[in-house]
Design a protein around this ligand. Sequence first.
Ligand code: FE
Length: 165
Amino acid sequence: MRDLTLRKICLVLGMTLLLNGDSFCNGEKLLLEKVIKSNAEWKKILTPKQYHVAREKGTERAFSGEYHDHKGQGIYQCAACGNELFSSKTKFDSGTGWPSFWASVSEDKVREEKDNSFFMKRTEVLCNRCDAHLGHLFEDGPAPTHLRYCINSVILKFVEKKEQK
Ligand code: FE
């Protein structure tokens, strides 16, 4: 009898997960459908510098990129897949030589992963759509979040939108 009750609970839980999974796939998350390409395909699409940053987790030289001192109003997209990543509203001058933001456009646009390379404990920031490496996340940014998304210019594409601030 007890086994039966347990089995019923498992069945209900299983169904709930299944249904939620379904709505996850059919809902607005569909907009973030993954862009998956082979390294050979990315090499055809990206410049060598973009490929090095996006697919080999490289870092451009500080102050060498197009956007570290860029002040336009608009959206910074992923240069690899067009995903809208950061707004000029959250851009600030960090003095580091890399474009810096205190927030992403929304939580589902970027993904964060632990990065223990080069004997450092850092948080890597990736495009959640195409998995391009974008830069790193630090906790020394300005209010209101006190976060600093330190992003390579070369993997961003700025699109002007006048209503942005
Ligand atoms: Fe992307």
